[in-house]
Design a protein around this ligand. Structure first.
Ligand code: SAH
Ligand code: SF4
Ligand code: F3S
Length: 471
């Protein structure tokens, strides 16, 4: 069987990154190999996101551009998956005549059959059937080692929270948790292929297992912490309403659990939180952050915000700004509210003017930027443990600063650090991706830190050379 080439364009959240990985895995046994070159592809898949209008437009504009490629090469197959596919279904086929297959968020295990049907019968296929079972795919083949040291593993699908602005419960379906055995065997298999850091994914990992009567999320973390060879555990996202005492305590107990929590608050106003159906108050949020910091004083706290939610007054927005000042987040993501037809907030009155939304977004980001910079500056002079993830993401940095090769990685608190080997022509073998090193932080910026290597991982192969940095 001749290999065919698969190109995947992933838009949206980490769930989609993980799903794209699963798409590649299920299509490998039927002869598809990944390519990074769009022009070389026999099958192009667009894994879409519907969270905001902009994400949806991005998908449609990319799919639109594929029409030309299809005219040049009529054998090219084009597939649309993910959250927009789930939401729009058939409508994508009528709107985009060059698309061959549309598959929803539960159809990934059925992809080989769907693609087979399209190629054999030259028919167009839509599969947006929602399922009430977790869609496990067969992992029997294990993972090919592809050098990725940090990976995502989904522990649950869907969401039952129905925040009034959000499409996720409609496009991802009801919340369902994977069995711990499946999760652990996937993590073990990934560790064998070189993974050292795992990020456990779910829309609300705090309610993991509750519906199914499985062990709690804190209990799952405990089991993941015992996986040999794994060095770091992260997770996202936590819903503040379900942040249990047990989970908070895990931060003080589990050695592999990184001191970072992404805890989206969305707004600092109780009135807005209520209309968003978030089910916690500003005070509850503040109390939980305080408790986390008491348990783990160095914990990094990050968050998501929506500005310009329907009916958000200037006083409500001021409450958001004051919450940001009070909590002093390490960093935040902030979005302008985007109407989604499926979600009830689209029918709420008093929409906020686009320019006003932009203004509020700017104010929020400026307020946070100062805090982020101040927090990053507090790390200057400290030593941080970094897991090397690759060369510096800022090309040109090394040459312009004349500091030799640059490497990058993240602190336990998830801050990006670019570092050099230090000293003059350093003879030590360059750090390997996945190596844990200590870096002395010398400079702070608003989106990253810079420093110099002070210690290599003990186990690396330096053959005992004297000049090696390892202690
Ligand atoms: N499950 C996560 C968030 C998933 S969506 C949670 O509950 O926190 C990621 C972020 O997108 C949300 O936190 C929210 O800030 C933003 N978002 C979701 N719907 C949006 C909308 N309609 N307009 C603007 N931002 C939105
Ligand atoms: Fe959306 Fe709310 Fe579910 Fe998060 S918790 S995915 S914001 S409905
Ligand atoms: Fe987007 Fe779907 Fe994720 S809507 S944010 S890709 S769950």
């Amino acid at each position: 069987m001749k290999d065919k080439k698969l190109y995947i364009n992933t838009i949206g959240c980490q769930m989609n990154v993980y799903d794209s990985d699963r798409i590649a895995r299920v299509l490998a046994p039927v002869g598809y190999r990944m390519t990074d070159t769009l022009e070389a592809a026999d099958l192009v898949i667009v894994n879409t996101c519907a969270i905001r209008a902009k994400a949806e437009q991005k998908a449609f504009s990319f799919i639109g551009r594929l029409a030309k490629m299809k005219r040049r090469n009529p054998d090219l197959l084009i597939g649309v998956g993910g959250c927009v596919a789930q939401q729009e279904g058939d409508a994508i086929l009528s709107r985009m005549p060059h698309v061959d297959l549309v598959f929803g968020t539960h159809a990934i295990p059925r992809l080989p059959r769907i693609v087979g049907k399209v190629t054999s019968g030259r028919t167009r296929v839509v599969d947006v059937v929602a399922s009430d079972e977790i869609d496990e795919i067969d992992l029997a083949g294990g993972f090919q080692s592809d050098g990725q040291v940090s990976r995502f593993v989904t522990i649950m699908q869907g969401c039952d929270n129905y925040c009034t602005y959000c499409v996720v419960p409609y496009v991802r379906g009801a919340e369902m948790s994977r069995h711990p055995d499946q999760i652990l065997s996937e993590i073990q298999s990934l560790v064998r292929s070189g993974m050292r850091e795992v990020t456990l994914l779910g829309q609300n990992v705090n309610s993991y297992g509750r519906k199914e009567g499985l062990p709690s999320f804190a209990a799952l973390l405990e089991q993941v912490n015992d996986v040999e060879g794994l060095r770091r555990i992260r997770f996202t996202t936590s819903h503040p309403k379900d942040l249990s005492e047990d989970l908070m305590a895990a931060f003080g107990r589990l050695d592999k659990l990184c001191p970072h929590i992404h805890l989206p608050v969305q707004s600092g106003s109780d009135r807005v939180l209520k209309r968003m159906n978030r089910k916690y108050t500003r005070q509850i949020y503040l109390d939980r952050v305080e408790r986390l910091r008491r348990i783990r004083p160095d914990i990094a706290v990050t968050s998501d915000f929506i500005v310009g939610f329907p009916g958000e007054s200037t006083a409500d927005f001021e409450d958001t700004l004051s919450l940001v000042e009070t909590v002093a987040f390490d960093s935040i993501f902030a979005f302008m509210y985007s109407d989604r037809e499926i979600a009830p907030a689209s029918r709420f009155k008093t929409k906020i003017d686009e320019n006003e939304k932009k203004d509020r977004l700017q104010k929020l980001l400026t307020t946070q930027e100062k805090i982020t910079l101040a927090k990053n500056r507090m790390l200057v002079g400290t030593h941080q443990e970094i897991m090397v993830e690759g060369g510096s993401t800022r090309p040109g940095l090394a040459e312009s600063l004349d500091e030799g090769p640059q490497w990058s990685g993240r602190t336990p608190g998830n801050k990006i650090v670019n570092f050099s080997l230090g000293g003059d022509a350093d003879p030590a073998p360059p750090p390997r991706v996945g190596e844990m090193v200590d870096v002395s932080i010398e400079k702070a910026f608003s989106h990253s830190l810079r420093g110099g290597l002070v210690r290599r991982e003990r186990s690396h192969d330096c053959s005992g050379r004297e000049e090696c940095h390892a202690a």
